[in-house]
Design a protein around this ligand. Structure first.
Ligand code: NAD
Ligand code: ZN
Ligand code: ZN
Length: 337
């Protein structure tokens, strides 16, 4: 099978021929149809984070495809099903997090495309208990971005507590942001979208954002304060300064949700203002299998719109460069057909 393999940080990804992997009793073999490029894959290939993957590895945690083989213990899904293979590759199923709806915090979890091989390949092996069925009628190229960008921002909006009459600021209108603003609106909130690229802000307006700010030209803190301040701000841009602006844009009692994971791992958080203004700061990591199922159901019901461009896996290095340079509106999805 063809696979994109990372052999070292900050070196080009190589396209290789690999044997099709075997499945264990709890595993399924998925023939990948569509596979998204999340900014996390770029962080993985660059070794940006304190906990690093071990090369060689195959990135990709937005793989969607058809189950071709299923291990003896597989009951939730079957050969022929279309499934998504998300970041939460597997978890222990028994710890206090797993049994209280917080499997995404399990200390024994394995992450697809990071600690175990992912979906930038013709085939991926996945734990059949952690894949999520893609409903009938949902296009695999739309399902792919929903598998991480969708579920992550759906959860982040839940965590933000956004509701009708709220103003929610979305910082970074990329793969994640273009869906975040839709989930905030589904929750009833008005959205102010912040990015550095005009085309992305135009897309945000097309998707319903009430206000947009180009942070290269206008101070987003001043602008959002002039609207009365944000009830919640969701930080998705790969830049700590943008996290500080998201914090600064909040009104009293507001909530800052940290989601983006820039290589520079620090932001300034003023203690006095946080205390006196009653600010909540919360981290949010992807979402559970149940969250992803809800994301797919919303999409099947026509409530979300996924923007994507396709590339062939052979173009992986150009694809990474284009995402890094902010040239891709929303998501880039590898066409594995
Ligand atoms: P992306 O590259 O598609 O989008 C990032 C967007 O931020 C781009 O539109 C870019 O123009 C914009 N941007 C960059 N600098 C900015 C600034 N200073 N101010 C405003 N906008 C700015 O990336 P993505 O795939 O949407 O991922 C975003 C981040 O979220 C990454 O760090 C990724 O690793 C992280 N992530 C976190 C989780 C989680 O569970 N917490 C899940 C997936 C991705
Ligand atoms: Zn991701
Ligand atoms: Zn667990």
């Amino acid at each position: 099978m063809k696979a994109a393999v990372v052999h070292g940080f900050h070196t080009p990804v190589s396209i290789e021929d690999r044997p099709i992997p075997d499945v264990g009793p709890h595993e399924v073999l998925v023939r990948v149809e569509a596979s998204g490029l999340c900014h996390t894959d770029i962080h993985a290939a660059n070794g940006d984070w304190p906990v690093k993957p071990t090369p060689p590895f195959i990135p990709g945690h937005e793989g969607v495809g058809i189950i071709e083989r299923a291990g003896a213990n597989i009951t939730r899904v079957a050969v022929g099903d279309r499934v998504a293979v998300p970041w939460l590759g597997t978890a222990c199923g028994e710890c206090e997090y797993c049994i209280t709806g917080w499997e995404t915090l399990c200390e024994k979890q394995q992450n697809t495309g990071y600690s175990i091989d992912g979906g930038w390949a013709d085939y991926v092996v996945a734990d059949g208990r952690y894949v999520v069925k893609v409903p009938e009628g949902v296009d695999p190229f739309e399902a792919a971005p929903l598998t991480c960008a969708g579920v992550t921002t759906y959860k982040a909006v839940k965590v933000s507590g956004a509701r009708s009459s709220d103003l929610v600021a979305i910082f970074g209108i990329g793969g994640l942001g273009h869906l975040a603003l839709q989930y905030a609106q589904i929750a009833g909130a008005r959205v102010v979208a912040v990015d550095l690229v005009d085309e992305k802000l135009e897309m945000a307006r097309e998707l319903g954002a009430t206000y947009t700010v180009n942070a290269r030209e206008t101070d987003p803190v001043e602008y959002i304060k002039s609207l009365g301040g944000a009830d919640a701000a969701i930080a998705l841009a790969v830049n700590p300064k943008s996290f500080e602006q998201a914090y600064g844009s909040l009104k009293r009692g507001g909530t800052l949700v940290l989601v983006g994971l820039p290589a520079e791992n620090q932001m300034n958080l003023p203690i006095f203002e946080t205390v006196l203004n009653g600010i909540t700061v919360v981290g949010s990591i992807v979402g559970t299998r149940a969250d992803l199922q809800e994301v797919f159901e919303l999409h099947a019901a026509g409530k979300t719109s996924v923007r994507y461009h396709t590339r062939k896996l052979d173009e992986v290095n150009d694809a990474i460069r284009d995402v890094e340079q902010g040239k891709i509106d929303a998501r880039l999805v590898f066409d594995m057909s």
